[in-house]
Design a protein around this ligand. Structure first.
Ligand code: HEM
Length: 403
């Protein structure tokens, strides 16, 4: 447990040694001793479940990031992207875009996607059986979301190659500490992505797809009788969608397997009772959530954790901290594949709650049900390589052996 002095100095922009490997002792100490922790620049970090939930649900919590990203990113492609996508906007743009996207992510649409995911997963498992030793991220975890999101926007398969590296570079622009190299890579990725999408959108305008299932066609045509998105708004929603469901779901699957391999008794429990797969996926999301932090800015003063925060306060929501709060989750440090209830915040909450949560859940469910059924033995075959970022949590390599 960090000392009181260490806790006072805690800053996300200067993460302490060991924080990336295991942030949870820090989160526990913050929850217990400093649940509304002051950050440099006048912001605060929330670590208690109750406070995070209250903020997510409060209309004073603005998602507009122009004030934060202006000084941090300058007038760059990265700034244009992150301040135009729906996730970093308030109504009316947010409401309009969210309705268009949600219309294509209903249960019927997800059931249609599931059939494709099952086929893909079985193909990947057959490849893994041939190879026996492999990197689980590259060979499996990252391959599923790219297929799902690529299909959702109907991006031709031959064009999907660069999507993952663009996604990583663009989302890295959201890290609390942005290096010049990350900034430059992010700008380049946005510019390259925009250039690619302009061609794809021009093509889709000429040959529209099915309005009910093709999200790109929906975004181009807008809501029936509603206002259309401008070209810039349209392109940035596409980039956001391609990114949102990509690295996050890869990390759900990678983190999930890593958790199971480190806890053979929970893995055995899941193998013995596959009905537990859906609750195991929720527990993976709670215990090692792919997104650890969200942000809001207060548009009016608000009381949180017994403190009154002034208008304009920049608040960091500690999703990973809230998800281990003993006031909400009994025995929170225990990874329990059968945990119920499990009202974790891995998908956020409130008006901006993840629009693709049921898509991600379906991917996780199919991936683990079929993986465990296909291989009676799975073990680590080398040291996992952890992604060294704070907002996003996952592995860039997870070497395994299957039998
Ligand atoms: C395990 C995988 C995923 C995780 C952990 C995750 C997490 C999140 C979180 C925490 C937010 C809220 C951000 C905020 O409030 O500021 C969010 C928003 C969003 N996510 Fe996901 N996500 C995942 C997968 C997906 C997938 C597969 C899709 C698309 C098919 C998707 C689409 C979106 C969209 C469109 C939003 C913006 C919603 C809005 O602003 O109204 N996500 N996601």
């Amino acid at each position: 447990m960090p000392s009181a002095d260490e806790l006072r100095d805690f800053q996300l922009t200067r993460a302490p040694a060991g924080f990336i490997d295991d942030p949870y002792p820090w989160y526990a100490a913050l929850r217990a001793h400093d649940p509304v922790h002051a950050l440099e620049g006048g912001g605060v970090f929330l670590s208690r479940y109750e406070d995070c939930l209250a903020l997510y649900r409060d209309p004073r919590a603005s998602s507009d990031k122009k004030a934060e990203f202006g000084p941090k990113l300058g007038q760059t492609p990265l700034y244009e992207h992150h301040t135009t996508s729906l996730v970093f906007n308030d109504p009316p743009l947010h409401t309009r875009v969210r309705r268009i996207i949600l219309g294509a992510l209903n249960q019927k649409a997800i059931a249609r996607m599931e059939a494709d995911v099952v086929r893909l997963v079985d193909r990947l498992l057959a490849e893994m059986a041939e190879r026996r030793e492999l990197d689980f991220i590259g060979a499996f975890a990252a391959r599923i979301p790219i297929e799902v999101i690529g299909n959702l926007l109907d991006v031709p398969r031959s064009d999907r190659g660069p999507l993952r590296s663009w996604s990583v570079a663009i989302l890295s622009g959201l890290e609390p500490r942005l290096t010049p190299a990350m900034h430059e890579a992010g700008n380049r990725a946005v510019s390259d992505f925009l250039a690619y999408l302009r061609t794809l959108v021009a093509e889709r305008r000429k040959n529209p797809g099915d309005y009910d299932s093709d999200v790109l066609t929906r975004l181009i045509q807008g809501e029936k009788d509603g206002e259309r998105l401008t070209e810039t708004e349209l392109l940035h929603q596409c980039i956001f969608l391609l990114n949102a469901g990509h690295e996050t779901t890869t990390n759900l699957i990678g983190n999930g397997l890593w958790l199971l391999l480190a806890r053979p008794e929970e893995l055995a429990r899941l193998r013995a009772d596959p009905v537990l797969v859906p609750s195991a996926v929720e527990e993976m999301l709670r215990y090692e959530g792919p997104i650890q932090l969200n942000n809001r800015r207060l548009s009016a003063p608000m009381e949180l954790g017994g403190r009154t925060l002034p208008e304009g306060t920049f608040v960091t929501i500690g999703i990973g901290a809230a998800n281990r709060d003993p006031a909400q989750f009994p025995d929170p440090e225990r990874f329990d594949v059968a945990r119920k209830p499990n009202r974790h915040l891995a998908f956020g909450q409130g008006d901006h709650a993840c629009a693709g949560m049921n898509v991600a859940r379906m991917e996780g469910r199919v991936a683990f049900a079929r993986l465990l059924a296909r291989f009676p033995e799975i073990e680590l075959a080398g040291e996992p390589l952890r992604d060294r970022r704070i907002r996003f949590r996952g592995f860039s390599r997870l070497p395994i052996r299957v039998k």
